[in-house]
Design a protein around this ligand. Structure first.
Ligand SMILES: [Zn+2]
Length: 66
């Protein structure tokens, strides 16, 4: 499996990416895509909502304390 951003070998730590940088690049693309989708939780402020989603994704990417 290779990184979908730069096609280097995937690192387990950052799967499916090779690095935090590529994960951030993908997150940025997703972020813009979420903004472009009018139906994306339209009952909430899209800016605040997306920021919360980004934070949740970042937390999910962090390694477990144990
Ligand atoms: Zn990469």
């Amino acid at each position: 499996m290779s990184c979908p951003i730069c096609h280097k070998p995937t690192q387990t730590r950052f799967r499916p990416f090779c690095s935090q940088r590529c994960a951030d690049v993908d997150l940025g693309r997703w972020f813009k895509g979420a903004y472009r989708t009018p139906s994306f939780r339209q009952d909430n402020d899209p800016a605040d909502l997306t920021e919360a989603e980004v934070a949740a994704i970042r937390l999910a990417q962090e390694p477990s304390p144990q």
